[in-house]
Design a protein around this ligand. Structure first.
Ligand code: MF3
Ligand code: CO
Ligand code: CO
Length: 262
């Protein structure tokens, strides 16, 4: 287990990569409408990242992943593969997960979108899942145990009668897409690794409407809920600072949660 501590120049690079990843979510928002295919969303993001941002879409060919973004609809938990035959329809919920590489550094972030008219039970899952992310982020500071963060996320999900997916976790990130530490979205307070200034990692809780259990489809990637109930996910890339946290993938045009602790 090797956790990298980022120096000032690494952090400058991570801020740029994080801002670019967030900007892709801003760009794609108006395109997430009934009638569009996830394959089309993938092409729009790919072309924007490559041509406008002059960056690299990290998922493409990562461990054999065939596309540039992940699109996870309804009961898909994560790693949904964009596809020209999957057309969004009103009432769908979708997570779009963007990871860009700029000057060697990764920025990784995802958010939920509602397509057309929202169903109240879906909106509530999406909202509570975002709160789970924020419950985790607000605890980030030097000396904090990862288990305390996981516990807070799990407690908020379960107090809303939801469940936490255990097979996937947040991760250290920097020049490498997925590095140590593993950031579990469940756990026991005061256990696990202690955070230090200069660490960068993601928090990306996947919260299910029903039971936590999942399976992987025959494509080898798409993770779905076994009970086919809805799943939601939100993700940010976070830096540990002297005073607490800084969200490197912050979307200042829409987020009300503070970008950094004071
Ligand atoms: N962006 C995802 C994460 O949050 C990972 C996607 S890996 C891929 O860690 F291969 F599916 F793209
Ligand atoms: Co991630
Ligand atoms: Co991601």
């Amino acid at each position: 287990m090797t956790v990298t501590i980022k120096n000032a120049s690494d952090i400058a690079g991570m801020r740029i990569a994080g801002a670019l990843a967030a900007d892709v979510l801003r760009m794609i928002e108006p395109e997430v409408t009934p009638g569009v295919s996830t394959g089309q969303l993938d092409r729009l993001c790919h072309d924007y990242i490559v041509n406008q941002q002059q960056a690299i879409p990290a998922p493409l060919n990562y461990k054999g992943f065939p596309k540039s973004i992940c699109t996870s609809i309804n009961h898909v938990i994560c790693h949904g593969i964009p596809d020209d035959t999957r057309i969004l329809k009103s009432g769908d919920i979708i997570n779009i997960d963007i990871t860009v590489i700029k000057d060697g550094y990764h920025g990784d972030t995802s958010k939920m979108f509602v397509v057309g008219d929202a169903k109240p039970f879906a909106t509530r899952l999406i909202q509570v899942t975002q709160e789970c992310l924020y419950r985790g982020i607000e605890l980030v500071r030097p000396g904090m145990h990862l288990g305390t963060i996981g516990h807070a996320i799990q407690a908020h999900a379960e107090s809303n009668y939801y469940s936490v997916v255990q097979e996937f976790c947040g991760h250290g990130i920097g020049k490498i897409f997925h590095e140590d530490p593993q950031v579990l979205h469940y756990g026991r307070p005061e256990t696990g690794m202690m955070l230090e200034v200069g660490m960068t990692f993601t928090i990306e809780p996947m919260i299910n409407q029903g039971r936590r259990h999942m399976k992987i489809l025959g494509d080898g990637w798409t993770a779905v809920t076994k009970d086919r109930k809805l799943s939601a996910q939100w993700e940010h890339t976070i830096l540990v600072t002297e005073s607490g946290y800084e969200i490197l993938t912050y979307r200042d045009w829409e987020e009300s949660f503070p970008k950094a602790s004071t």
